[in-house]
Design a protein around this ligand. Sequence first.
Ligand SMILES: [Fe+2]
Length: 363
Amino acid sequence: MDNRSLLIVDDEPNVINSLKRVLRHEGYTLFSANSGKEGLDLLKRNDIGVVLSDVMMPEMDGVTFIEAGRKFKPDIVPLLLTAHASLKNAKDAINRSHVFGYLTKPWSNADLKESVARAFEHYNLVTENKRLQKLTQNQNKQLRIANENLESLVHERTLQLEEAVQEGIIMLAMAAEAKDDDTGDHVFRIRDLTRDICSGLKMSPEQTEQISFFSIMHDVGKIHIPDKILKKRGPLTGEEWAIMQTHCIAGEKILGNKPFYQTAREIARSHHERWDGNGYPDGLKGESIPLAARIVTVADVFDALTNERPYKKAWPIEKALVEMEELSGKVFDPNILKVFLNLRAEDREHGIMVNNQWSTINN
Ligand SMILES: [Fe+2]
């Protein structure tokens, strides 16, 4: 709502009365004071928009009064009133104090009304402008806070979603593994060994995490293999072996066609390929075998050798490592195997247990 409160300051009561008479019917709330001191007191206690003050007053002149008033009411719009005879002397002071306008005594009633009306218009425009600026600042601040909250909510939801996806993948991998390994540890051992190799190959943390996580799906296709083959004690027949080998392509199919699972599909399909081209299902050779699959091959064979299977006992780690070294360049990518063997050598040096079996070596 517009401000309509006017303060008139003049040491002559007659002047105040005359001014009031002119402005009485203009719709203003009129305050008056006989001195600058009294005027400051009224300014402090009332929401005044425009001040019409005499310049020449005893004790405190009009310019000093305006300057003092602005210290606590910076937005007031001042109009000064001065006798025509003293206008020349007062002009410099008036200019210095940046007043909105001035009137001379005797004044024209029309000029007075117009000056006061324009002063209020100015005050209300400036005040409204400030109010809108403040409103915009507050709204911007609220928007910023809302945006930050939204970002953190999206981040939280993304993490929850990622967790749910990961849990789903783990459940599927474990369901497949439950068919031939009751403990359910195999997939996690493969994941840890794969992570180890990726780090040894100086892969980025993101790539390391991606390959090691998807490694747990390498045997997901075993879900299609009949138990009598999967759990058979003793060697498989040619026909059984052919069925067993289908778990690679079955696993790739289970993993669908979404780009997100591309690495998982490569691992599932190619983790039984051999560096020399004598592996399955595609007989890929050397670097034509996807890198992630070559890494998982090393982890998978090591884990298979060092853990018990229905058809064999667990090998001691050192025996497994010797055997694997023999197969460098045949089954394994020599570079990856070298990194893996170095990591195991470091473990041995530092007395780190792997799969709870380093004690076998240390003994
Ligand atoms: Fe496999």
